[in-house]
Ligand binder design. Structure first.
Ligand code: HEC
Length: 171
């Protein structure tokens, strides 16, 4: 059996690299359940819309891929593997142009995107620890890591009777 031998030069080089200021620390491996935005998600079908007031003050759309929309329409619970739900959000802004037509201030429309794009990805085995759903968020196309993602699943716990989804299919 051959023992693992580290060359002294390698050990010194390693120690130097560790000690040298400005040496970039090794990057942690990305943990986002989606490495990039799912292709075509913007064209997925509509599950529902919502308006959050308060600090969020947004307009949002909940979209689903084909597997998710089929499960919603057929009332399948739990959702099958491969289902992906997307939550998009925009600024909630008054529309001067529309208000002019209506003759009074009543119209609000989607402004710029905000609060990133959130996803729930179903894989019962892979994400067993979080109810079978993997959670992801992208801010300007870049996956968000860390504490933001860790908070997703606990907050969705109250929706457990509906497989952790708050949104109901809008008829
Ligand atoms: C403060 C609690 C809370 C946190 C934290 C939270 N969510 Fe949600 N989420 C909700 C609620 C309530 C809804 C339904 C209302 C809405 O759309 O705003 C929702 C809706 C969603 C939806 C649409 C499907 C559904 O369940 O209605 C997705 C997708 C989603 N969240 C993903 C995420 C992701 C990803 C994270 C973490 C980055 C996250 N959520 C963090 C409470 C939370």
């Amino acid at each position: 059996m051959s023992a693992l031998v580290l060359s002294p030069a390698l050990v010194v080089a390693y120690a130097l690299a560790e000690a040298m200021p400005g040496t970039p620390a090794p990057r942690p491996a990305p943990t986002s359940v989606l490495a990039k935005l799912p292709p075509g998600y913007r064209d997925w079908r509509l599950i529902s819309v919502a308006h959050e007031a308060g600090n969020l003050n947004d307009l949002r759309a909940i979209l689903g891929n084909d597997i998710a929309v089929k499960a919603y329409r057929e009332g399948t619970l739990p959702f099958p593997d491969g289902a992906i739900i997307a939550r998009l959000a925009w600024e909630y802004v008054p529309s001067a142009a529309n208000n002019k037509v209506f003759g009074q201030p009543q119209s609000y429309v989607a402004g710029l995107p905000k609060e990133g794009v959130q996803f729930m990805v179903k894989d019962a085995r892979k994400y067993a620890a979080t109810g079978g759903w993997g959670y992801a968020q992208f801010n300007e196309g870049v996956p968000v890591e860390g504490v933001t993602i860790a908070n997703c699943a606990p907050c969705h716990q109250p929706a457990k009777p509906h497989d952790y989804l708050f949104t109901e299919y809008a008829p």
